[in-house]
Design a protein around this ligand. Structure first.
Ligand code: NAD
Length: 281
């Protein structure tokens, strides 16, 4: 199979589909003939993305509210999809993100900070740490449990997790997000092995840096609109010299969902403008 025809009319659930990357993926997938189900805790965002996808591509797209951390809400949505739309062929676990509450003020501690340890690691609040870790890890685990059961019974399906550069090497300031994304890569491998003999493939994509709601506060100065020092560091560490455009993830996603990748399971593909290949010198 060397084309994307096998994807036509297949049903793809995208969690976090109301966000920047999820909505762009929904558009790209619908443009290739997939039926998309946009799931988001923000119902208005889910519905408006689904409406825009239908308007722009002519494909059916549905926006439904669910919380990826609430198993019951996921089960209700799964039932609705089975009854009103059909079998779920693909799941993209896109809900995730970081929060200022799980971000240290300092990149690293120096001798000068010894009287001010709360600006670093010691100032992290468990509530924020747990919230970010749970959203990214448990928010991938629970939808997978709920939406892959029928895939396994039918012995056909693909799960695609959204990882991050932080999974390979943690970025400063964001330990909860980094740990959660590393755990997503580990879980991707674990589940890929677990499902390998029942026809369900599990892979991940690690996007490089894209300017979106979850990271804008770290990368762009609110008042001037200029890149922060961190934003500039990221660009200089990205050999292609730019942030990614959300649409850059579509091609890799289509490949991993389609039968073109039928012998690929348990991998994580970076889509990062060369960031993960660059040693910094
Ligand atoms: P985004 O903030 O634009 O979108 C995230 C979406 O998830 C939002 O619509 C939000 O409402 C939804 N969401 C949050 N909590 C939820 C919950 N409990 N249940 C259901 N939905 C929930 O962010 P994005 O940049 O589009 O991120 C999408 C994915 O890509 C995330 O997993 C993120 O970690 C990952 N990622 C982003 C970047 C980047 O540079 N932007 C880089 C690497 C990975």
């Amino acid at each position: 199979m060397n084309n994307l025809k096998d994807l036509k009319e297949k049903v793809c659930v995208i969690t976090g589909g109301g966000g920047v990357i999820g909505s762009s993926l929904a558009n790209g997938l619908a443009g290739t003939g997939l039926i998309t189900v946009i799931i988001d805790i923000n119902e208005e965002a889910a519905v408006s993305v689904a409406d825009a996808v239908t308007r722009e591509t002519g494909m059916q797209s549905f926006g439904l509210k669910a919380d990826v951390l609430d198993r019951r809400s996921l089960e209700e949505v799964e039932k609705t999809i089975q009854q009103e739309i059909g079998n779920i062929d693909f799941l993209i676990n896109g809900a995730g993100g970081n929060s200022p509450k799980a971000t240290t003020k300092l990149e690293e501690l120096t001798e000068e900070d010894l009287e001010n340890l709360d600006s670093g690691f010691f100032g992290l609040e468990m509530e924020g740490f747990k919230q970010v870790f749970d959203l990214n890890f448990t928010g991938t685990l629970l939808p997978t449990m709920v939406f892959s059961r029928q895939m396994v019974k039918r012995q056909k399906g693909v799960i695609l997790n959204i990882s991050s550069m932080n999974a390979f090497k943690p970025l400063t300031k964001i330990p909860a997000y980094s740990a959660a994304k590393a755990s997503i890569n580990n879980f991707t491998e674990w589940l890929a092995v677990h499902f390998a003999k029942v026809g369900v493939r599990v892979n991940a994509i690690a996007p490089g840096f894209f300017l979106t709601n979850q990271n804008r506060f770290l990368l762009v100065d609110e008042t001037t609109g200029e890149l922060t020092e961190r934003g500039r560091k990221i660009i200089s560490s990205t050999p292609m010299g730019t942030f990614g455009e959300p649409g850059d993830i579509t091609g890799t996603t289509l490949f991993l969902l389609s039968d073109m990748s039928h012998f690929i399971t348990g991998i994580c593909i970076p889509v990062d403008g060369g960031y993960s290949a660059y040693g910094g010198v």
